[in-house]
Design a protein around this ligand. Structure first.
Ligand code: SF4
Length: 256
């Protein structure tokens, strides 16, 4: 049960009712504000859902653009990142420089120690190369469980995914209901092309991961990311030993 204010009065409604309300709101937003430009879309949700908007940043190029836009609004947002324990040193350096540049607190969520210990002791330190099941187990423990913890109590989850990034994202709308998490997912940059992202980064001098200049268009954990060759798909360097339609860590396909 939860207390909500409306018309100067306080109502107590159940979690189920809250979720239904939110789902209806998602349907309305999908009609009414879906065509807003990214910064206006972000501003809309920050005003409409104060204190309930979260942004999960992987510190990738798109997420750096969104951090810049969020900082410009001056509104409060829960900004967090997931430290899987297997990231590149360059990513940690970018985390530091981003905090300094924007003076925004970026909360860092880690996986549960005991879960990582059990997984590694049972399957090995580099288990992800052995099978898709092992890779998904690792992503679940190091990413999905901390993500769910970080999003608890939130109503809006802003993410930086774009349609052209992957065959698994070509049909993703900019506003969608996440049934697994019971919240609204918002992808302000869903229609942006690669050149839009980099034009914005250069124009606003947004800090970015130096690995992008070394052939890494998409950056995740170190053992699961390689540089790509000229002409390869931008996500060809992520879990390169798997088929393209299986290459998601699960963060953005929880309800699919
Ligand atoms: S990307 Fe690789 S190292 Fe990172 S959580 Fe997934 S399987 Fe584990």
């Amino acid at each position: 049960m939860q207390e909500v204010g409306y018309g100067g009065r306080i109502f107590v409604i159940s979690h189920f009712e809250m979720e239904n309300e939110l789902r209806s709101a998602c349907d309305r937003y999908s009609q009414e504000v879906v065509s807003l430009p990214p910064d206006a879309l972000i501003g809309f949700f920050l005003e409409r859902h104060p204190g309930k908007v979260a942004f999960s940043s992987s510190l990738g190029a798109e997420d750096q653009v969104l951090t810049h836009m969020l900082a410009a609004t001056g509104n409060s947002v829960k900004l967090f990142t997931l430290d899987t324990g297997r990231l590149f040193q360059e990513t940690y350096e970018l985390l530091d420089s981003t905090i300094q540049r924007y003076q925004l607190p970026i909360e860092v969520y880690f996986p549960h120690t005991r879960q990582v210990e059990n997984m590694v002791n049972e399957h090995g330190i580099n288990l992800f190369y052995q099978s898709i099941e092992n890779r998904k187990l690792c992503c679940h423990i190091r990413k999905i469980e901390p993500l769910k913890r970080a999003l608890e109590g939130m109503e809006i989850w802003i993410s930086g995914i774009r349609r052209e990034q992957s065959v698994t994202r070509v049909d993703t709308p900019s506003i969608e209901w996440d049934a697994d998490l019971g919240l609204i997912k918002v992808h302000p940059l869903i229609d942006w092309k690669d050149e839009d992202v980099w034009h914005y980064i250069r124009e606003h001098k947004v800090p970015y991961n130096t690995l992008h200049d070394k052939g890494y268009p998409s950056i995740g954990c170190l053992p699961c990311t390689r540089a790509i060759l000229p002409g390869e798909d931008v996500r060809a360097g992520r879990w390169w030993w798997e088929l393209p339609d299986l290459k998601e860590c699960g963060l953005h396909i929880l309800n699919k």
